[in-house]
Design a protein around this ligand. Structure first.
Ligand SMILES: NC(=O)c1ccc[n+]([C@@H]2O[C@H](COP(=O)([O-])OP(=O)(O)OC[C@H]3O[C@@H](n4cnc5c(N)ncnc54)[C@H](OP(=O)(O)O)[C@@H]3O)[C@@H](O)[C@H]2O)c1
Length: 277
């Protein structure tokens, strides 16, 4: 089975690299197309994937098609193509629903929210399928995504909040760690920012492995670290005071952004249905 990937930015490239690295699929069965061809050519040179001459040619040759453009490009790109109704389309765009894609494609549609960490074959891909996705198509997509990390099937009610936890989180965690490192250097300049960052990266890796491999709860790990009457307890008190408000605001603001994006996509859906009348 051939798969196609349209849009080779951060997510499209990550999917190409991860699928090839995991050996989930033979590289020659991965067709790629990008607006700027140089990105497609580079992936062909590095991984041996096949560059399609046009997005239309890709849609004719691939059975499963990943649309990896920015949210407001998804419907316009799809409208410019003629895609057979038996092709399985996967949109990875935040703020674009399965119902939005179904206004253009009559066949099976899935929505996947991937994550950059899948290039290390770890991380969570969020998945939701339309009723038109056959059991075989579900299985195929699940197999591909499971090769590059863990798959969490989510409902429409869950997907936006889960997106922050799985897909925005690598960037958010990098931001948190940077802030942590900067504070350390403000306190003790002689430590240096590079040392502070590299201590945190190793510590984060070890923390993730400990939580996962020993199946520790967050509270159990805290108990191991925070000696009664010791130093860490003081730090945790500060976090308890300052973080909940910050995270509540983070979810409020990212939720507003999701809503604004969805409104713009709805406008595109509306404009098109006006044109049809
Ligand atoms: N980044 C993430 O961590 C992440 C995670 C989950 C979901 N997503 C979703 O993934 C999608 C892509 O995000 P991204 O971060 O990968 O964006 P990006 O880096 O800006 O990539 C978008 C790509 O789409 C290409 N493109 C635009 N119009 C096209 C067209 N008509 N035909 C073919 N290719 C076209 C662009 O080509 P050029 O090279 O010419 O600019 C670019 O390579 C978004 O919808 C986002 O919501 C992203």
């Amino acid at each position: 089975m051939r798969i196609g990937i349209i849009g080779l930015g951060s997510m499209g490239q990550m999917l190409v690299k991860s699928f090839c690295k995991s050996e989930a699929i033979q590289p020659e069965n991965v067709l790629v197309f990008n607006r700027t061809q140089a990105k497609a050519d580079k992936l062909q040179a590095e991984y041996g994937v096949t560059v399609a001459a046009t997005a239309q040619a890709l849609c004719e040759q691939a059975e499963l098609i990943f649309l990896c453009t920015k949210p407001l490009d998804v419907l316009p790109v799809l409208r410019g193509l003629s895609v057979a109704a038996d092709k399985h389309i996967v949109s990875v765009a935040a703020g674009v629903s399965i119902a939005d894609v179904e206004t253009v494609h009559a066949g099976p549609v899935s929505k996947v929210i991937p994550t950059v960490t899948s290039s290390e074959l770890h991380g969570v891909s969020l998945l939701t399928n339309s009723g038109k996705v056959s059991a075989e198509q579900r299985e195929h997509l699940l197999t591909l995504l499971s090769a590059i990390g863990t798959v969490q099937v989510v409902t429409d009610a869950e997907i936006e909040t889960a997106t922050i936890l799985s897909s925005s989180a690598p960037g958010l965690i990098a931001g948190i760690l940077d802030s942590f490192a900067q504070a350390a250097v403000r306190k003790t300049p002689e430590l240096g920012i590079e040392a502070a960052r590299s201590i945190l990266v190793e510590t984060m890796l070890g923390t993730a492995l400990l939580l996962k491999n020993e199946q520790l709860g967050f509270d159990q790990l805290i108990e191991r670290v925070a000696t009664k009457g010791g130093i860490t307890e003081e730090g945790l008190r500060v976090l308890d005071k300052t973080l909940p408000g910050g995270f509540d605001e983070l979810f409020a603001m990212t939720s507003s952004k999701h809503a604004a994006l969805k409104e713009l996509v709805q406008k595109q859906v509306g404009e098109h249905s006006d044109e049809k009348e």
